[in-house]
Design a protein around this ligand. Structure first.
Ligand SMILES: C[S@@+](CC[C@H](N)C(=O)[O-])C[C@H]1O[C@@H](n2cnc3c(N)ncnc32)[C@H](O)[C@@H]1O
Ligand SMILES: [Zn+2]
Length: 433
């Protein structure tokens, strides 16, 4: 078996005679395949990959129990959409780069994500999978063999930061690194940036929404270096805080950041950004840092661009105290060319979440030119004691008044508009009449 270095999982370590038994999914189950692992397993198909994963129903006795974190190896079927989008993003990136790509997933669990990159993305030359959990690395190696990918997929079993540091030398670096951890990805930013080529793509998942959305503000300040706010658009702030943290970390290495895609789905956020070497590029990225000021009394917001700011105290509309989120990223949250390529890619694939993904990409590509922050109609109506109008009537009302207005993927009742809060509240009063 080709190996990357001495620390990879050897074929002998996984079940020696497994090879002969690979074949149809159904056959494997009939052969009592799951008995070959020390824990209950099953064979699933996700995208174009078949994989052996822990049998989750064996780990959650009660409906409220979270089975993926109880299993000996991590696999979360709910994150399939996240992985689908990662495949589309990597294909979009490959089409723009027109290169053969070397890819790394340093926190791989059972390996499903990285295996999907190898199988579903044209132009992927090599994938390095890694997990600190020995059982996970063993299962990922088995899944690589199961899908006949061992010539292109290499599995490691070490700490992610250690692995990434070993790939930090100029000719060893990756074109794409997908950091998909438990909780925050910030612990891996420094080593991921060092292991990424000039122009390389970095994907980050964050699931620690309580700090990022302002439930635990001190934890957010500690981890991300910025203050969150518990506003109705806190998920957008969360992405901006994560990207802000990435920008400041990249700047230390004289790397500038361009955000090409991001989304907020269910219990997590995700950001995709390319890294560009050069002190000037890093300076430009820093200039896109800033603050978002929010008035909890009248919904007024202000964006302050620039990393160092004198923060105003009072809302110019109602005089209430303004609250600040940041420092955070105030720039684009996606790139239209990148998003459109992803949209094209999904039409060419048959996926379980096809409609959901198409809708998400459509919304993201539409809201991309809009201003930072959005309004949630229900929230304003609730505060003003007004009946809640349809989203369509608010959209057309704003457009009739000369404002730009689009829906947002962040919230089905959200509206991204350049209209000030006062115009929107007047409109809601008139719609109520
Ligand atoms: C959320 S799971 C990964 C899921 C996977 N990316 C997927 O799409 O299915 C996080 C993984 O990180 C691994 N892990 C935790 N700390 C690590 C570390 N310091 N280095 C490498 N892997 C680590 C865990 O064992 C776990 O499998
Ligand atoms: Zn105000």
């Amino acid at each position: 078996m080709p190996t990357e270095n001495g620390s990879s999982i050897t074929r002998d370590e996984i079940y020696r005679n497994m090879h002969n038994r690979m074949g149809q999914v159904q056959n494997m189950t009939q052969m009592g395949f799951s008995k070959r692992f020390d824990f209950p397993t099953e064979v699933i198909k996700e995208g174009d990959v078949n994989a052996v994963v822990p049998k989750l129903e064996a780990y959650a006795k009660e409906p409220w129990e979270y089975a993926p974190s109880k299993a000996p190896v991590f696999y979360n079927p709910v994150m399939e959409l996240n992985r689908d989008l990662a495949v589309l993003a990597l294909q979009a990136y490959q089409k723009i780069q027109e290169k053969r790509l070397v890819v790394c997933e340093p926190l791989a669990g059972c390996g499903i994500r990285g295996l999907r990159f190898a199988v579903e993305v044209k132009g992927v030359q090599k994938v390095v999978l890694n997990d600190i959990n020995h059982e996970a690395a063993k299962l990922a190696q088995f899944n690589s063999e199961f899908n006949k990918l061992t010539k292109r997929v290499f599995v490691m079993n070490e700490d992610a930061n250690f692995l990434l540091s070993r790939y930090a030398a100029p000719r060893k670096r990756f074109h794409f690194i997908d950091v998909d951890p438990f909780g925050t990805p910030v612990l891996y930013l420094d080593s991921a940036l060092r292991a990424l080529r000039d122009g390389g793509l970095l994907a980050l998942t964050a699931t620690d929404m309580a700090p990022l959305c302002g439930v635990h503000p001190n934890a957010c300040i500690r981890k991300y270096g910025g203050r969150p706010l518990r506003t109705e658009y806190c998920h957008e702030l969360a992405i901006r805080l994560l990207i802000g943290c990435l920008v400041m970390m990249a700047a230390k290495h004289e790397i500038g950041i361009e955000v090409v895609f991001s989304h907020s789905t269910d219990h997590y956020i995700r950001a995709y950004a390319t890294a560009h070497y050069g002190a000037r590029k890093a300076d430009q990225s820093i200039q896109t840092m800033g603050y978002i000021l929010h008035c909890f009394s009248c919904f007024h917001r202000e964006i302050l661009k620039g990393p160092v700011q004198h923060l105003k105290g009072e809302c110019p509309e109602c005089g209430a105290k303004l609250r600040a989120a940041g420092p955070l990223w105030t720039g684009n949250l996606s790139n239209i060319r990148f998003g459109s390529l992803m949209e094209k890619e999904i039409t060419r694939r048959q996926r379980k979440h096809q409609r959901k993904i198409s809708k998400l990409l459509f919304l993201i590509n539409n809201e991309h030119t809009g201003p930072s922050t959005y309004y949630v109609i229900d929230k304003i109506c609730d505060k003003l004691n007004l009946p809640v109008p349809s989203t369509t009537s608010v959209l057309s009302g704003l457009r009739e008044r000369g404002s730009k207005a689009t829906l947002t993927h962040f919230n089905s009742r959200g509206i991204r508009t350049d209209a000030p809060a006062s115009v929107l509240t007047h409109l809601l009063f008139s719609l109520a009449k």
